[in-house]
Write a protein that binds this ligand. Structure first.
Ligand code: ATP
Length: 427
């Protein structure tokens, strides 16, 4: 038996891609493949961790990557670090103005301070200096390329603790096909969805009736399938047919669709821009449309008033929002953007405020009466009969909404937002 003490090495990588190409998940996948040549395998699935959705320099979904190895010797540690750094050097999109890769190596067990750092990288915004200082305080080795902003996410991806988790199977294209139309059999995607939903989710955009698993960027990803377990995403991957060659695929453990970004128990008066919250409130100003198809309305929780928005990309969700009325009681989930507008991801309608319309009474002759002047009651325009103490007739207006949850469609969903179909798992 080998009594030698193994070295636990955590590797974090972030910010290697740009809108023009690459994807840090792909880079992680090919690094792991290279390590396999040396018989070095990760202890668990690599992790794809989504951080603050409002981080200014994100390319798309603010994802950072990490994996853990158990190594036998210092020379193995050196070998791994060299391979990781060489791969980042070779494959990162250094031309991208906002591509500032960061790689972090950490040996040992994850501490509470690292878990706290990680959750706050989801709740708030850090500076590169703060991240670097923190890395030194835990004895991590930090490698910054260009500005090295990626170290912010790389440290968080190493330290995050997952209480809820999902998995994503990402299939990658061969480089010759980057930038070309993805050749997928759409029917097989619908079949996969039929067989695996709701254990997999966000495969189909119900509204648009099209496959939502393929990105529309020139990156190496052919498609990504999200689900609750590694086995279901792999099963789903095996059902999808591709007419182009798949270079490789990799399953990631993730915090996607867990609502990990949502902070509970914060009052409107204490909410800050770039924070994401869940709070109970009442509608105090009815929804209205602004140019561009965005729908705004105001709510209050008795500490302050918040402007909420369902933006144009949320499509038919806006029709639900348009139906809200003053007095409706809601629990809203979402985040505060830089303009201090709350972007709604989903809401629960808890109480529907009754709505009424008022009309003048009908005269005994059958004609609708008219006002006889302020405080003078009503007068019939046909038979001149008067009704001095008459009151307007109140009629209930039916509401086109039911108590319950409403969410934005798949295409508009943030990576961290928990779909309603997953919320049912909580009960
Ligand atoms: P993709 O989804 O394609 O992987 P991305 O949206 O993840 O791209 P990145 O290229 O990773 O974008 O860029 C995000 C940058 O923001 C990284 O440098 C990351 O370190 C940084 N970052 C992440 N979280 C925070 C935060 N809380 N505060 C400040 N910067 C952050």
């Amino acid at each position: 038996m080998n009594s030698q003490k193994l070295i636990k090495l955590h590797v974090g990588i972030d910010d290697t891609d740009s809108a023009e190409g690459m994807c840090t998940t792909y880079l992680t996948c090919i690094i792991l493949k290279k390590l396999e040549e040396y018989n070095i395998k990760p202890m668990d699935f690599p992790r794809l961790i989504r951080l603050n959705p409002f981080a200014r320099y994100k390319t798309r979904g603010n994802g950072a990557l990490s994996f853990v190895l158990e190594l036998e010797s210092r020379s193995d540690v050196e070998l791994v670090e060299k391979i990781v750094l060489d791969y980042v050097e070779k494959y990162a999109m250094f031309d991208g103005v906002n591509t500032n890769p960061g790689v972090v190596f950490y040996e040992g067990e994850i501490t509470q301070a690292m878990r706290d750092y990680a959750i706050n990288a989801i709740y708030s915004i850090y500076t590169i200096d703060y991240a670097e200082e923190f890395a030194h305080s835990i004895g991590a080795r930090v490698h910054k390329f260009k500005k090295g902003r990626g170290i912010i996410g790389a440290i968080a991806a190493i330290g995050i603790e997952l209480n809820d988790e999902t998995f994503e199977c990402l299939a990658y294209r061969i480089p010759e096909n980057y930038g070309t139309k993805r050749q997928l059999d759409e029917e097989s995607i619908f079949l996969m969805n039929e067989k695996t939903y709701p254990e997999t989710f966000d495969n189909i955009d119900i509204e648009g009736n099209y496959a939502a698993i393929e990105p529309h960027t020139p990156c190496p990803v052919l498609y990504g399938i999200r689900g609750n377990t590694p086995s279901i995403v792999e099963e789903a991957h095996n059902i999808v047919k591709s007419y182009e060659q798949i270079e490789d695929y990799c399953i990631f453990r993730t915090n996607q669709h867990t609502d990990m970004h949502i902070q509970h128990g914060v009052k409107i008066k204490d909410m800050v821009n770039t924070g994401c919250y869940c709070f109970s409130c009442e509608v105090v100003e009815k929804p209205y449309d602004i140019e561009g198809g965005h729908v705004f309305f105001k709510v209050s929780d008795n500490t302050d008033i918040m402007e909420c928005a369902a933006f144009e990309p949320t499509k038919s969700f806006r029709d639900i929002v348009r139906n809200l009325c003053v007095g409706d009681k809601l629990t809203i989930y979402g985040g505060l953007n830089d303009n201090h507008t709350f972007n709604i991801e989903k809401f629960k309608l808890n109480e529907i405020a009754p709505q009424y319309e008022y009309s003048n009474p009908i005269c005994v002759c059958g004609k609708r009466m008219k006002s006889a002047g302020k405080d003078k009651g009503f007068k019939c325009p046909k038979c001149s009969r008067r009704l001095r103490d008459g009151k307007k007739i109140r009629k209930s207006i039916p509401r086109d909404l039911d108590i319950g949850f409403y969410e934005v469609p798949t295409e508009a969903r943030r990576h961290l937002a928990k779909p309603i179909v997953r919320m049912k798992l909580d009960n």
